[in-house]
Structures are given as structure tokens and as C-alpha cells.
Design a protein around this ligand. Structure first.
Ligand code: HEM
Ligand code: CA
Ligand code: CA
Length: 296
């Protein structure tokens, strides 16, 4: 049922409208690309790419978005989907799912900031269930035991190599100080000057909870393989970033991608295609939401 040209007849301008919306949003808010990529990842890992992460809580339901780990998901990503949905409802009412919008917008943003282009199958429907209580343990945290992080990926059918390739997403975007602050003082794998700079940058945390730093200090806004080149030099930010290089199970893939950006792009593109169809719903298992933040 899924097809690359799923909306060819029902909404011929679908791809064009997404492209337009994404371009306008990314130009005015350059953090949109990373934010949207992370939202998409968090949606897909939890019960599949079904836009469950986009639902708002109601009086009767605390949604995924309000789970502790998702509170830092940036408003710009949700705003992007809202804008695309509004434009699409004008062009072709009740036709395009929010999960398809998020999948395609993510692809366009990745390539807009320099990453690889890949094809996205379309025809997802949106799930009606989203519970904050389902989140814990299903999304990786930097402080988790590394074997647990590996298990989160492998239990969903991703190989170690695919996990490392996907983690290359940290070549863009930023992290809040709370995600690495305590680790800064306990880890010997940091480059010393980098650790000092980070301590300085986070000096006012926790008084100022909004303090954050770039995931990839070399090229924070460009999708490239610098993230992997940083890791062996102690320039990784999160404990989980460090673990990718320190753990012998994943180190060979880090080294491979650090040496070969083309290989990283090829593997990232393939892994994203695989992630994009993970756990998706079609037909009556879901619905075409009228608004992306509420069930019909
Ligand atoms: C390997 C396990 C992973 C862990 C432990 C992890 C953890 C985190 C954390 C803690 C942040 C900072 C969030 C914040 O403070 O706002 C972050 C940011 C980010 N993550 Fe991950 N992540 C992982 C894998 C991934 C994967 C596979 C992707 C996408 C395919 C991804 C995409 C991103 C992006 C793009 C950002 C930047 C968000 C922004 O700038 O708004 N991460 N990650
Ligand atoms: Ca989901
Ligand atoms: Ca980069």
C-alpha cells in the first residue's frame, strides 16, 4: 500500500508544499532541521513512525510529548508540521497524514543542511494512541548503560552499524547542559580544554536551565562526518557519544565513518529509509488527522 508517489493523484503538490514550508521555516529558524530530526527519531522509536509524538495531552490523557525526555523537543519542529499541515489542508483537505508530513519534512531538512537525500515511502496513517507512560526505557538516554542503548536499537531490528550511522545525526543540533554536566567531571575521555570550555559554558546551570551547547563543535550546523572525527579526539559531547568510540562493539564503525563521509552518507540514508517505515500504520489502523496535535 505504501508508495513513493502515494499522493500523485490525491495531492499532486504534496512534495512541493513540504519543500516550500521547510525552506521558509529553516531559513527563519535554523535550529529547525536538528529539532525535527530528533522529533522524528523519538516518534519512530516509540511504536513506529505514526505521529504519536505530535499529539498534545488532554484532560484524559498524558501524551508522549509530556514525558520528561520529550520536554526538550523544540517547538520549532512542531510549528513546522503545523504550518505544512495548514497549507496541505487548503490544497487537498483530509488527505495527507501528519506522519507522512514529518517523514518527508525530515528528509528535506537533512538534505538542506548538507546531508544525504533519500527516498521516503508514503501512505502512513496517524495513530490514535500516545501515552507518556510508554516512553521510559524506549528512548536512549546518554547516561544509560551502553548495552541498554544497544538493546533499544537491536530489539527494533537495527544493526550496530545502523545504530552508529543514525547516531551521526548528532553532527547537527545542540544539547542542554543537564544532559552532560555531571559526566563532565567524572570522565577522563574528554579533551581537557574542551571539558574546561564546557564547564565554563554550563557555569550558570542549573540557575539557567536553557543553557545548551552544540553537539558537534566543529561544524554544528552542517550535516557531515565531523561528529565521528571528533569522537576519537575526546570532542564528543554526551556520554553516549563517547561510548560509541570507547566500546569495541561500535568503535570500528565510528572509525570507518570518520574516514569516509560518502560511506557515512550512504549508510545514514539507508538507515533513515529503514527507520522511516518502522512500525508504521496503514489504512484503518490509523487515521488522517485533521490537526496534527489532536485525534479526530
Ligand atoms: C544513541 C543514542 C542517543 C542518545 C542517548 C541521544 C540523546 C540525545 C540528547 C540527550 C540530546 C540533547 C537534547 C536536548 O538537550 O535538547 C540529543 C539531541 C539530538 N539528537 Fe540524539 N540521541 C541518540 C541518538 C540519536 C539518533 C539515532 C538521532 C536521529 C536519527 C538523534 C538525533 C538528535 C538530534 C538531531 C539532536 C539535536 C536536537 C536539537 O538540536 O534540537 N539522536 N540526543
Ligand atoms: Ca510513534
Ligand atoms: Ca557537523
Amino acid at each position: 500500500q505504501l508508495a513513493y508517489d502515494y499522493y500523485a493523484k490525491s495531492c499532486p503538490r504534496f512534495e512541493e508544499i513540504i519543500q516550500e514550508t521547510v525552506t521558509n521555516k529553516q531559513i527563519t529558524s535554523p535550529t529547525t532541521a536538528a529539532g525535527t530530526l530528533r522529533v522524528f527519531f523519538h516518534d519512530c522509536m516509540l511504536n513506529g513512525c505514526d505521529a504519536s509524538v505530535l499529539l498534545s495531552s488532554t484532560a484524559f490523557n498524558s501524551a508522549e510529548r509530556d514525558a520528561d525526555i520529550n520536554l526538550s523537543l523544540p517547538g520549532d519542529a512542531f510549528d513546522l508540521v503545523t504550518r505544512a499541515k495548514a497549507a496541505l489542508e487548503l490544497a487537498c483537505p483530509n488527505t495527507v497524514s501528519c506522519s507522512d508530513i514529518l517523514a518527508l519534512a525530515t528528509r528535506d531538512l537533512v538534505s538542506m543542511v548538507g546531508g544525504p537525500y533519500y527516498k521516503v515511502l508514503l501512505g502512513r496513517t496517524d495513530y490514535r494512541i500516545s501515552k507518556s507512560s510508554n516512553v521510559e526505557g524506549n528512548l536512549p538516554r546518554p547516561t544509560m548503560d551502553f548495552s541498554k542503548i544497544i538493546q533499544i536499537f537491536t530489539s527494533r531490528g537495527f544493526t550496530l552499524q545502523e545504530m552508529v550511522a543514525l547516531s551521526g545525526a548528532h553532527t547537527i543540533g545542540f544539547s542542554h547542559c543537564k544532559e552532560f554536566k555531571s559526566f563532565l567531571y567524572n570522565d577522563t575521555h574528554y579533551n581537557q580544554r574542551f571539558a574546561q570550555a564546557l564547564q565554563h559554558a554550563c557555569e550558570n546551570y542549573p540557575k539557567d536551565q536553557t543553557l545548551s551547547v552544540f553537539n558537534d563543535i566543529m561544524t554544528p550546523n552542517v550535516f557531515d562526518n565531523k561528529y565521528f572525527q571528533n569522537l576519537p579526539k575526546g570532542l564528543g559531547l554526551l556520554e553516549s557519544d563517547h561510548n560509541l568510540y570507547d566500546d569495541p562493539r561500535t568503535r570500528p564503525f565510528v572509525e570507518m565513518y570518520a574516514n569516509d563521509q560518502n560511506k557515512f552518507f550512504q549508510d545514514f540514508a539507508k538507515a533513515m529509509e529503514k527507520l522511516s517505515v518502522y512500525g508504521i500504520k496503514t489504512g484503518r489502523r490509523g487515521e488522517i488527522r485533521r490537526r496534527c496535535d489532536a485525534v479526530n
